[in-house]
Design a protein around this ligand. Structure first.
Ligand SMILES: Cc1cc2nc3c(=O)[nH]c(=O)nc-3n(C[C@H](O)[C@H](O)[C@H](O)COP(=O)(O)O)c2cc1C
Length: 325
């Protein structure tokens, strides 16, 4: 069942990542942490208008709390997305104002919208009116030549007039020309100071800091200055980083999770989903973990054959042996 998101829920999140935070990956993350806030990949509002919503919005009951991230700037389409997010029992909906990809910019979505704060305000106002689930914005600290703190502050101040009270800030600016999305996640320098300052300037708004965090202690230290932390690539490459999140961020008992049990439970899920989801999609959340392990090259070579023959039992055995090696 959907939960009413509170500020507490936003203390620790796995970042929305296209091609990564699929329902399968979110299933795996939830086996490891019961409390982490999970996020979908970005889905274009246009796709939700025209596409197969059952497919696009499908998720597992286990995932809660989970936020749907959408991209767009057409008010009617975003209202439709907000209504659908609620109908499909997502716990929150987020507007992407941070993606720098050319295709996304051409659709007037993502980071280019930082230059149109009034439009973002109107979009968010409409979404808030349309749904009772929580609405948030994920953005950068600037875009192209608009990199001053004043620009960032004006953006937040304008968008907050919509009633939006939660902003996830990827703490680097985006270059819309000349850098692909991957380089846009490494080349523009991180500037956490802007995020700390914006929290001081708007103490009543919630700010979640994102970008470059690789260990939980650093993440926890952020809570002295901001309201939460979002981590992307570090979780993608090692989902077990989530093991201590419930204890460190949500005052739960120390986790008794053991990796083997998680992997076994995840293979039960793979088994039950093999008929309607591609084998690669189901396995990819586990694959990153075995990169570099002795035998992983052979495992990847064997993978095609195992997927082709749908031999989940052998896949499981091979994977467990690989982890144990
Ligand atoms: C493969 C990949 C796909 C991403 N897709 C999205 C996306 O759909 N929506 C979004 O807001 N950010 C997306 N991001 C950006 C992340 O949410 C996050 O802001 C960024 O990776 C910085 O956090 P990190 O340093 O912890 O990875 C993506 C990042 C990666 C690596």
């Amino acid at each position: 069942m959907p939960k009413k998101l509170t500020p507490d829920n936003y203390k620790f999140s796995v970042a929305p990542m296209m091609g990564v935070t699929t329902p399968s990956a979110r299933y795996l993350y939830r086996l490891i942490s019961k409390k982490t806030l999970l996020w979908s990949e970005m889905i274009a509002a246009q796709a939700l208008h025209k596409g197969d919503v059952n497919k696009l919005l499908s998720k597992n009951d286990i995932e809660h709390p989970v936020v749907l991230q959408v991209g767009g700037s057409e008010i009617d389409l975003l209202k439709n997305s907000a209504a659908l997010a609620e109908k499909f029992q997502y716990d929150g909906i987020n507007l992407n104002v941070g993606c720098p990809s050319k295709k996304v910019s051409q659709g007037n979505m993502g980071a280019c919208l930082m230059k149109e704060s009034d439009l973002v305000k109107d979009c968010i106002s409409a979404m808030i009116q349309e749904t009772s689930i929580h609405v948030s914005v994920k953005c950068r600290i600037g875009v192209d030549e608009f990199e001053s703190y004043e620009f960032f502050k004006n953006f937040i101040s304008t968008v907050a007039e919509s009633g939006c009270d939660t902003f996830i800030i990827h703490a680097r600016k985006a270059f819309l020309k000349g850098l692909d999305p991957k380089k846009n996640r490494t080349i523009p320098p991180l500037n956490y100071e802007y995020v700390y300052q914006i929290k001081k300037d708007f103490p009543n708004l919630k700010f979640i800091i994102n970008g470059g965090f690789v260990n939980l202690q650093d993440c926890q230290n952020q809570l002295a200055k901001v309201d939460g932390v979002m981590v992307g690539r570090a979780i993608q490459s090692n989902p077990f980083l989530l093991t201590d999140v419930d204890e460190l961020f949500y005052n739960q008992e120390p986790s008794k999770i053991d990796r083997l049990t998680v992997v076994k439970e995840y293979f039960d899920y793979i088994q039950s989903s093999f008929d309607h989801t591609s084998g690669y999609k189901l396995l990819s959340p586990l694959l990153a973990m075995c990169f570099g392990l002795p035998g992983s090259k052979k495992f990847k070579q064997d993978l095609n054959e195992l997927i082709r023959t749908r031999d989940v039992a052998r896949l499981k055995e091979t994977y467990i042996n690989l982890l144990a090696a």
